[in-house]
Design a protein around this ligand. Structure first.
Ligand SMILES: [Zn+2]
Length: 176
């Protein structure tokens, strides 16, 4: 964005002459950019590009999603969803195409479909009945149908994405 706007302002005839005005302007831009990088993102909505990327969940649902950076998660978890809020550990809030986020976004849709009360009832109900049956926390968690569905949809999304990337590579190879 910065490059394009600077390019547009420099006329070809002026390019050999030093331009103090242009260099001081670019310094200001650099300082601003550095300031933004230093300040970590705490909360954000999904960007338009991400709403297109995560096409396995309806855009109406994705438009309401709020990502929240936090380290207050169970030790084994890097992400957790409550309603439209997706809590992500550390720098994962910057990863715009992760399978983790694809998985959590399925949970956002499940919350929207079931409502929070029913989501927790179904989720915890399956967990505890699995725990009685399997006698193992991790296996009980993995067997929760809402988790099975989120894993399956995120995996399918990942496969489609890899196929699309392959197709795009083939396309550009043909073009050259
Ligand atoms: Zn999950």
């Amino acid at each position: 964005m910065t490059l394009t706007s600077q390019k547009a302002k420099v006329h070809p005839c002026d390019s050999r002459r030093p331009k103090p005005e242009a260099s001081s302007r670019s310094t200001v831009v650099d300082v601003k950019t550095a300031g933004q990088v230093d300040k970590p993102t705490k909360r954000r909505n999904l960007e338009r590009e991400e709403i297109d990327t995560f096409s396995h969940v309806a855009s109406g649902v994705l438009g309401r999603v709020r990502l929240v950076r936090t380290n207050l998660l169970p030790p084994a978890a890097d992400g957790m969803t409550v309603g439209r809020f997706v809590f992500l550990r550390g720098d994962r809030i910057h990863d715009r195409s992760s399978t983790l986020l694809a998985h959590e976004l399925v949970h956002v849709r499940q919350f929207a479909e079931l409502g929070a009360v029913k989501f927790f009832m179904v989720y915890l109900g399956s967990y505890f009945s699995n725990l009685v049956r399997l006698r193992n926390h991790r296996q009980a968690y993995l067997a929760i149908p809402l988790e099975v569905e989120a894993r399956r949809e995120a995996d399918e999304w990942k496969k489609r994405r890899a196929q699309d990337a392959d197709a795009a590579d083939d396309g550009s190879a043909d073009g050259h």
